[in-house]
Write a protein that binds this ligand. Sequence first.
Ligand SMILES: [Zn+2]
Length: 104
Amino acid sequence: MQQPRPRVIRNDKEGRRLVTEWADGRQGEIDWERLRWACPCAVCAGEMGIPGRLASVTALTDDETTLEQIRGVGNYAIAALWKDGHDTGIYPFTLLAALAFPEE
Ligand SMILES: [Zn+2]
């Protein structure tokens, strides 16, 4: 499988979403809320068979779904800093592409 390459990842604070553009010309948006629910870190998603926090809650707070900042991690992922201080979520480009284009 080909590794998806983002050309632009922009944090759209007014729209509360990530706007992504990819090397193949596609564009996709990811709502902040959806992005936070997809946080792949051990605290949120769990690890080694132990469920994470997201498995035990049905709603997230405003702060938890407000994306303050993103930064690049190597050439394969971005890290997200949320308003509640959560910053351990590393989103690989493959995950971002899956979130941006869920129908594929
Ligand atoms: Zn997390």
